[in-house]
Design a protein around this ligand. Structure first.
Ligand code: SAH
Ligand code: SF4
Ligand code: F3S
Length: 469
C-alpha cells in the first residue's frame, strides 16, 4: 500500500475533486493519509481565484523540496486551477514537482502517476476537452464517517465576469448526465450520507447545453433518493435564478431553505463593469420571491470590495444593500488582479489600504445582521443534522461536557449541544442523526442549544421548527 497525501486549497469543487483524486488512485494501491511525512505521493490541489490562494499553493510546494531531499522517492503532483493556468511553467519554477495536471485530467491520473513512477518522467497534462469524462467509480468511496458530502453536477463556467479566472481554468460549462449523478448519490446514501450539496459554478444553467433537463428537475429526482435527508446546492447566479428553481424550495421537502446567492456589489455601475448581467433591482426581486416562497429562507452572499473604479458612493450602495437584504451571512473579498481576466487591465485600481478599510467596514456592519439572524432563533426548535464533535468546544459557559456535538440547521447555521442523557434518545446521539435542538444562545458564528428529541427512524424526523421571517 502506498500513502497519498492531498492538500486541498480553494472551493468545494476542489474538495470534491480531491475525493475523486483519491478514488482515481485507489486501483494503483494508494490510500489517503493525513500524515505528510508518511506520504509516497503528495498532491496539492490548487486554487487561482485570488493571488493569496495561489501564493499558498506555491509556499506549500516550496516546503516539499525539503521533504523530497529527505525522501528522494517522493512524487510531488500539482493539480487544480493553478496547474491548469501555469502548466509547464510550474516544472521550471519548482524542480521538486514531478506531475502537473488540470481538473479535467483526474480520470487519467492513474496512468499519469504510473508514467512518473515507472519511468521517472516529469509529466504535464492540462488538456482541455469539451464535455465530461466520467471517472470509473468501481473502486467505490471510502467511508470516512462524513455524513454531508459534495457532488459536482457540472463543470466550468461560461459567464466571464471580468474579475474571474474560473472560465479560463475550468473551461466551458458542461453538465454530468443525471443518471451518473443519481447513481453516485444513491451509493453515498447507502453508505450513510444524509446530506448532499450539488456543485456547479452556475447550477441554474445545468443541462441546458446537453438537453439533460433542468436543474429543478434534477433536484426533484435527488429528492426521491431513500435515506437522504437533505439537499443543498451552490452556486447559483442571480441572473438566471428561474422561478422554477425558486418554486422548488416550496415543493421539495429535502431541499434546505438556504441559498448562497453571490451579489458582488450593490452598485449597478460596478455590476455592469463586472459583467454580472443583473441590476440591484433584479437581485432584490429574486430575494423577495425567494422569501415569498420560503419565509424562513436563509440567504448568504459574496462581495468583492475595491473593484477597479469603485467609488465611495458605489461602496455605500453596497452597504445599503446589506441593510436592505439583511443577509444571514456574507463572504467578502478584496479584489485581486488576475492577469488572464479583463479587469486586470481596467483603470481606477484601488490601493490595498483602501480595500482593507472597505472590507472592515462591510464586515463590521454585517456582524450586526448575522448576530440578529442567529438571535431570532432563540427559543425555537431547530432540526440539526449531527456531523460530529465540535472543533471549537468551550465557547459557551454552559458547556458541561468536554466534548460537544455539532451540526447544522436547515438554514446552514452551526449548532453545538452537550450530549444530554435526559433527552429522548439520550446517549444514542451519533453523526448522521437528525436531532431537534431548542436554541438557547446565539453567537456570531454558531448557536447553542439543548437536544429535545431525536429522529426515531432514518428520514422520519420532522421537528416543529419555528423561524423569524
Ligand atoms: N460562480 C460563483 C463564484 C465562484 S468564485 C458565482 O458567480 O457566484 C467565489 C467568489 O470569489 C466570488 O463570488 C467572488 O466574490 C470571489 N472572487 C472571484 N474572483 C475574485 C477576484 N479576482 N478577486 C476577489 N474576489 C474574487
Ligand atoms: Fe467566475 Fe462569474 Fe463564472 Fe462565478 S459566474 S465562476 S464569478 S465567471
Ligand atoms: Fe479556486 Fe478553482 Fe474553485 S480557482 S475557487 S478552486 S474553481
Amino acid at each position: 500500500m502506498h500513502q497519498l497525501y492531498i492538500n486541498t486549497i480553494g472551493c468545494q469543487m476542489n474538495v470534491y475533486d480531491s475525493d475523486q483524486i483519491e478514488r482515481a488512485l485507489a486501483p494503483n494501491g494508494f490510500a489517503r493519509t493525513d500524515q505528510l511525512e508518511e506520504a509516497d505521493l503528495v498532491i496539492v490541489n490548487t486554487c487561482a481565484i485570488r493571488a493569496k490562494a495561489e501564493q499558498k499553493a506555491f509556499s506549500f510546494v516550496g516546503r516539499l523540496a525539503q521533504l523530497k531531499q529527505r525522501k528522494p522517492g517522493l512524487i510531488v503532483g500539482v493539480g487544480g486551477c493553478v496547474a491548469q493556468q501555469e502548466g509547464e511553467k510550474i516544472l521550471a519554477r519548482a524542480p521538486q514537482v514531478d506531475l502537473v495536471f488540470g481538473p479535467k485530467a483526474i480520470p487519467r491520473l492513474a496512468r499519469l502517476v504510473e508514467r512518473v513512477r515507472a519511468k521517472r518522467l516529469r509529466v504535464v497534462d492540462i488538456e482541455d476537452s469539451d464535455g465530461i469524462e466520467e471517472l470509473d467509480l468501481s473502486s467505490g468511496f471510502r467511508d470516512d464517517g462524513q455524513v454531508a458530502r459534495f457532488v459536482t453536477v457540472m463543470q466550468g463556467c461560461d459567464n466571464f465576469c471580468t474579475y474571474c479566472v474560473v472560465p479560463y481554468v475550468r473551461g466551458r460549462e458542461a453538465s454530468r448526465h443525471p443518471d451518473k449523478i443519481l447513481e453516485e448519490i444513491r451509493v453515498l446514501a447507502d453508505g450513510g450520507v444524509r446530506e448532499v450539496t450539488l456543485l456547479g459554478q452556475n447550477v441554474n444553467s445545468y443541462g441546458r447545453k446537453e438537453n439533460l433537463g433542468t436543474f429543478a428537475e434534477l433536484l426533484a429526482r435527488v429528492n426521491r433518493i431513500d435515506g437522504l435527508a437533505r439537499i443543498r446546492f451552490t452556486t447559483s447566479h442571480p441572473k438566471d435564478l428561474s422561478d422554477g428553481l425558486i418554486d422548488a424550495f416550496g415543493r421539495l421537502d429535502k431541499l434546505c431553505p438556504h441559498i448562497h446567492l453571490p451579489v458582488q456589489s450593490g452598485s449597478d455601475r460596478v455590476l455592469k463593469r463586472m459583467n454580472r448581467k443583473y441590476t440591484r433591482a433584479v437581485y432584490l426581486d429574486r430575494i423577495a420571491r425567494l422569501r415569498h416562497v420560503r419565509p424562513d429562507m436563509a440567504i448568504t452572499t459574496d462581495f468583492i470590495v475595491g473593484f477597479p473604479g469603485e467609488t465611495e458612493e458605489d461602496f455605500e450602495e453596497t452597504l445599503g444593500l446589506l441593510e436592505t437584504v439583511k443577509f444571514d451571512g456574507v463572504f467578502a473579498f478584496m479584489y485581486s488582479d488576475r492577469s488572464v481576466a479583463p479587469a486586470s487591465g481596467f483603470e481606477g485600481k484601488i490601493d490595498e489600504a483602501q480595500k482593507k478599510e472597505r472590507l472592515q467596514r462591510l464586515l463590521q456592519q454585517q456582524e450586526v445582521f448575522t448576530l440578529s439572524s442567529n438571535r431570532a432563533l432563540i427559543g425555537c426548535e431547530q432540526e440539526v443534522l449531527v456531523e460530529g464533535f465540535s472543533t471549537r468546544p468551550g465557547l459557551a459557559e454552559e458547556n458541561v461536557s468536554p466534548r460537544q456535538w455539532s451540526g447544522r440547521t436547515p438554514g446552514n447555521k452551526i449548532v453545538n449541544f452537550n450530549p444530554d442523557p435526559d433527552c429522548a434518545g439520550g446517549d444514542a446521539v451519533h453523526p448522521g442523526l437528525l436531532v431537534g435542538v431548542r436554541i438557547e444562545k446565539a453567537y456570531s458564528h454558531s448557536l447553542w442549544g439543548r437536544p429535545v428529541r431525536v429522529e426515531e427512524e432514518p428520514g422520519g424526523y420532522k421537528g416543529d421548527t419555528c423561524h423569524a421571517a
